[in-house]
Design a protein around this ligand. Structure first.
Ligand SMILES: [Zn+2]
Length: 187
């Protein structure tokens, strides 16, 4: 099954008014984007869809958790996911780019694919720093690293330059996504 089918809402058969839907997300969503920073993911996506003649309004609530590498010890670290947002779907024969808040669909589309919205929303909801609570890092893993101060870390990061590192992967992606959104807005 194509991952997009899991996140596609066939609104055509829904009457005007409010509808509540729920579906789950898991590892397959991140596998579809070849995102290896997210080691595991699980949770649910609740959608309150308001259909009117001219548009759809989707209030999206995402709850769950993802497993990423701890920034400090690199061991698995579970981070809660909590996101609430509103997506507006408008209809036009001249379909414009999706900017993260308004999605344009052809009046004949019949369904709305939330795959990208859910994927980006989960990533954007994650805290910038992903570390275990103090004292819960893997002591064996920590022993292999020299613990550096924040200042030293900044310096090391600058030295690493554009090569980056595993722990900066997601931060880079976040930046790229923001840049690409910005670019679309300017068009
Ligand atoms: Zn840790």
């Amino acid at each position: 099954m194509d991952v997009a089918e899991l996140y596609t809402i066939p609104y055509k058969s829904l009457e005007n008014g409010e509808h509540t839907l729920e579906f789950r997300f898991d590892d397959s969503l991140f596998a579809a984007y070849e995102n290896t920073d997210i080691r595991h993911a699980q949770g649910r996506v609740g959608v309150t869809l308001l259909r009117s003649a001219s548009m759809l309004e989707l209030k999206v609530s995402i709850r769950g958790s993802v497993v990423v590498a701890c920034d400090r010890c690199l061991d698995d670290c579970t981070v809660p996911v909590e996101f609430d947002g509103t997506l507006v779907v408008k209809f036009s024969d001249e379909v414009s780019d999706y900017d993260g808040e308004v999605m344009w669909l052809s009046p004949s589309a019949g369904s709305v694919d939330l795959t990208q919205y859910v994927y980006e929303s989960i990533l954007l909801s994650l805290p910038y720093q992903r570390v275990h609570p103090d004292g819960e890092c893997d002591p064996e893993m920590l022993g292999r690293f020299r613990i550096v101060t924040g200042e030293e870390f900044d310096r090391l990061e600058q030295q690493a330059g554009s090569q980056g590192g595993a722990m900066r992967g997601l931060a880079d992606l976040r930046r790229r996504m923001e840049e690409s959104h910005g670019g679309e807005n300017e068009e």
